[in-house]
Write a protein that binds this ligand. Structure first.
Ligand code: HEC
Length: 164
């Protein structure tokens, strides 16, 4: 009887040891995953902004050509980049300012929905002024954006694509 108890005790102690080992292994894996996550690539604020810059320019030429489908696409690309900034740039305090662009984006969406080139022009100016207002608020006032003079890309057609 004594021997059986001893064997059971031994199994019990051994089992606890195994459990400790398992949870240590699990902790090691969590630590290494956390390290991998911290070191994984994520685009910087400036990269999101460079993307927004291209879509801002394309949006203008889409509107100028009354290509409302393309304009709608471009403003949504800007909206996505802004959502990504909110998601991925939480460690940058400037991200808290990004919300200021929402009314300007809404106004562009309205002009696109109404297919109104005059309203589009006015609201595009409002959008561009808001970009610069945020740059000033974020102490990046030297990054000045403006209404573009020339096509950003020569390999994209901004006119409405009629079956050619
Ligand atoms: C949070 C408010 C905010 C708003 C709104 C904003 N920006 Fe920016 N922008 C920044 C910050 C901050 C930087 C500097 C990023 C960095 O650290 O590289 C920047 C940088 C830029 C740059 C320079 C990128 C480079 O690397 O050369 C451009 C171009 C730009 N923004 C365009 C725009 C346009 C176009 C809009 C409007 C459609 C806009 N931004 C709206 C905050 C903003």
């Amino acid at each position: 009887m004594k021997q059986i108890l001893l064997v059971l005790l031994f199994i019990g102690i051994w089992g606890c040891g195994q459990q400790k080992n398992n949870s240590q292994n699990l902790q090691n894996r969590i630590d290494s995953l956390e390290l991998k996550l911290a070191e994984s690539y994520k685009p910087g604020f400036g990269e999101f902004m460079s993307g927004i810059q291209a879509h801002h320019s394309k949006l203008w030429f889409a509107g100028q050509n009354q290509n409302w489908k393309l304009a709608d696409f471009e403003i949504h690309e800007i909206m996505e980049a802004i959502e990504d900034i909110q998601k991925y740039e939480t460690d940058r305090k400037e991200s808290q300012l990004i919300k200021m662009i929402n009314p300007a984006i809404d106004s562009i969406n309205q002009a696109i929905k109404k297919e109104d080139p005059t309203l589009f022009k006015t609201n595009f100016t409002y959008l561009t002024n808001t970009c610069n207002a945020c740059h000033r608020a974020a102490n990046f006032e030297f990054n000045v954006v403006k209404i573009p003079d020339s096509l950003p890309f020569s390999n994209q057609d901004f006119k409405v694509n009629e079956q050619k």
